[in-house]
Design a protein around this ligand. Structure first.
Ligand SMILES: Nc1ncnc2c1ncn2[C@@H]1O[C@H](COP(=O)(O)OP(=O)(O)OP(=O)(O)O)[C@@H](O)[C@H]1O
Ligand SMILES: [Zn+2]
Length: 652
């Protein structure tokens, strides 16, 4: 394989040289004689004493009777003798003219040369493209797709270079330990993840983090991008994957980084997908499955579309460790700004705190860009330091830039999102059967405006009616808070409503938790597929009642705890992310709620209840939630839909 490649490279080089010569010759042949006619006339009129053909055969040197000399280029492909003969000049009289065909190049030869040149250029472009083009990884290190490990002397990136991602670093710390000292883990029979899946919006530092992981573990780093495989010929993807893994094993300990794995790791068997992706993906899975106990190679893959990944990738022994790399909150942004300001001369008046506060929703890449733009501005004005004004102007530019994907929150939108999320958090925190809140954030994660992370204490297979009711109320806490604080609701609750509808419908139609619908079960897997119009109406009414009751509960809780709602929302506006522990200190103990929940009083027979399986619930947030091991509720599209002219809520 290598020899073959080297041969190709040599061939390409030879062709390139050949082309240069070819181009050179044809270029020299083309200049049109300005005064050839004049010279020929001069020769015929006897004003010329000597004619020499230049060595390359492309020009004639003429000496006049007054001993002055001139040089005249000949038309391409024409020989001097022919020219002279055509002009009626006896060639024999000029012995210094080389016979035609010896120095000059014939027209036929020129044509051949041209064709060869064109062919050669084509071949070289093709070869170069295959070697260095986007869909290729060569043995020569290229910036992105390189199979070369980091060389000694190159600056090693460590966790110090990754700012504000403490949780993420913690989650991969054991991998660092393992790669450094695998024996320790082996002695205890510990199985370390082979594959880590990093998910998160673009520019949040997934690549950087993996490089740092390799740096910390003193492991070789190999990187490849899923999109590189997309244009390959059948079979090439798989063989490149084999080569990649072989090299990594040779250089173990090693980290293989597969960026944009969604490009090859989509759910298989779709129409639009060629089998090449399948083969590439299969090969990756085969390689990972084939890791031996002693292999110290860890594969890290990155994607921002975990929802479209082939489930086969996520199976145990493959990418079974999932790490979410989120947008940075204010504190993290401050830290990232500091990392990128390192070694840059900042003026006294620079206020990174302020800059961090103004950059909600920006990624690490955006922030790095802001600092860089500011440095450029300062350099352009020939100043020695970067001032605060530079930074603010750079911020405006970055925000206006077309490449930006992070969205800019208006102050009002931030407030809406803050109260909305605080509403979820307060209700979930206070209701006795709701699961504990682990984290509340107004930093958008992917498409969401903010999120409240609610994680069950134990993995739950069974849910009681009380738990589901409280969950409904917690889901409606966001919308209820908007009503109470702003007197109106936004489209930011659409996903919450999707989830509440799914839960309420299941409660009635599958879990026997409705009064009038009773203990019948409908839908997939049930004999009762088709509902009579009356039953359908009843089911819908009952689901609606459950939702309305939950809505009332949410409103009641928030009214009784308006001060807590306020405190949490204000804190969110300030720091953007609050963890469960801090939430505990912000919310006072549950007060007596004015309303008892009617749902609980109306329990039917509590004896036999169908098992409730968490895995059955629908909704994309749930799929994501399940995939990353938590139940998260998203304020999906909050801002986008706020801006959209046509609101989409029509259910409540
Ligand atoms: N946490 C961070 N600390 C410091 N710099 C960061 C951080 N996150 C991102 N950056 C900066 O942004 C740049 C781009 O990040 P990186 O390419 O790692 O993001 P990514 O998540 O891999 O994006 P993509 O999905 O587009 O590949 C980094 O090189 C770094 O300069
Ligand atoms: Zn919400």
């Amino acid at each position: 394989m290598n020899k073959y490649r080297r041969g190709l490279a040599l061939g390409a080089l030879a062709l390139a040289v050949f082309i240069l010569i070819g181009v050179g010759i044809s270029m020299r042949a083309t200049p049109q004689p300005v005064n050839l006619t004049q010279v020929l006339t001069d020769i015929r009129d006897g004003r010329v004493t000597e004619i020499h053909l230049a060595n390359d055969g492309q020009a004639a040197e003429v000496t006049y009777t007054d001993e002055s000399k001139t040089r005249v280029a000949l038309p391409a492909g024409e020989s001097l003798t022919t020219l002279l003969t055509d002009a009626g000049i006896p060639v024999e009289r000029w012995p210094d003219i080389y016979p035609a065909g010896n120095g000059a190049i014939s027209a036929d030869l020129m044509l051949l040369l041209r064709i060869l040149t064109i062919v050669a250029v084509g071949v070289v472009i093709f070869v170069l493209f295959r070697r260095f083009g986007p869909s290729s990884i060569g043995t020569t290190p290229t910036r992105r797709g390189s199979f070369e490990p980091i060389r000694p002397g190159e600056r090693v990136i460590t966790f110090d270079d990754v700012a504000g991602a403490e949780e993420v670093k913690e989650e991969v710390a054991d991998i660092v330990d393992y790669l450094r000292d695998p024996e320790r883990f082996r002695r205890l029979g510990a199985r370390i993840p082979r594959g880590v899946l990093l998910t998160g919006p673009p520019g949040t530092g997934k690549t950087l983090l993996t490089r740092a992981l390799a740096g910390e573990a003193r492991a070789s780093f190999f990187s490849v991008s899923g999109s590189e495989f997309v244009e390959l010929y059948v079979g090439v993807g798989a063989s490149r994957v084999r080569e990649l893994f072989r090299k990594a094993k040779e250089n173990a300990p090693a980290i293989i980084f597969i960026d944009e794995i969604d490009a090859i790791g989509r759910r298989r068997g779709r129409m639009e997908q060629s089998s090449e992706y399948d083969q590439t993906l299969n090969q990756i899975l085969v390689e990972m499955d084939g890791f031996e106990e002693r292999t110290t190679v860890v594969v890290v893959a990155a994607t921002n579309r975990v929802d479209i990944l082939d489930p086969a990738l996520l199976r145990p022994g493959r990418f079974d460790r999932k790490v979410v790399v989120d947008l940075p909150d204010r504190k993290a942004r401050r830290a990232i700004l500091e990392v990128h300001a390192r070694g840059k001369p900042l003026a006294e008046n620079v206020n990174l705190d302020e800059l961090a506060a103004r950059t909600t929703g920006m990624t690490g890449a955006d922030l790095a860009n802001v600092i860089n733009e500011a440095a450029i501005l300062a350099a352009r004005d020939r100043r020695e330091t970067i001032t605060n004004q530079d930074l603010l102007e750079a911020l405006d530019r970055t925000l206006a830039g077309p490449a930006r994907n992070a969205r800019r929150f208006s102050e009002r939108e931030r407030r809406v999102v803050a109260y909305h999320e605080a509403g979820h958090a307060v209700v979930a925190h206070l209701l006795p059967h709701a699961d504990p809140v682990r984290k509340v954030s107004i930093v958008s994660r992917g498409r969401a405006g903010g999120y409240t992370m609610i994680v069950p204490d134990e993995d739950r297979g069974l849910w009681t009616r009380a738990q589901l009711s409280d969950r409904l109320a917690a889901l409606l806490g966001g919308l209820a808070a908007e009503e109470l604080i702003f007197g109106d609701i936004t489209t930011g609750s659409s996903n919450d409503l999707e989830q509440t509808t799914a839960i309420a419908t299941s409660m009635v139609q599958r879990y026997g938790m409705g009064k009038r619908f009773g203990l019948l079960s409908t839908g997939a897997g049930s004999d009762l597929q088709q509902l009579s119009p009356q039953s359908a109406y009843t089911a819908e009414q009952e689901a609606l009642e459950l939702v309305q009751q939950a809505h009332q509960v949410a409103l009641d809780v928030l009214r009784a705890h308006a001060d807590d709602l306020e405190r949490v929302a204000q804190r969110l506006l300030e720091v953007e992310t609050i963890d469960g522990e801090e939430l505990e200190t912000l919310i006072s103990p549950p007060r007596q709620l004015p309303v008892r929940r009617p749902v609980e009083q109306a329990l039917p027979t509590p004896l036999h209840r169908a098992p409730i399986r968490e895995g059955r619930r629908k909704g994309s947030a749930h799929r994501v939630g399940r995939a990353i091991g938590l139940v998260a509720s998203f304020t999906r599209d909050a801002v986008e839909s706020l801006r959209a002219a046509k609101p989409q809520i029509d259910r409540t």
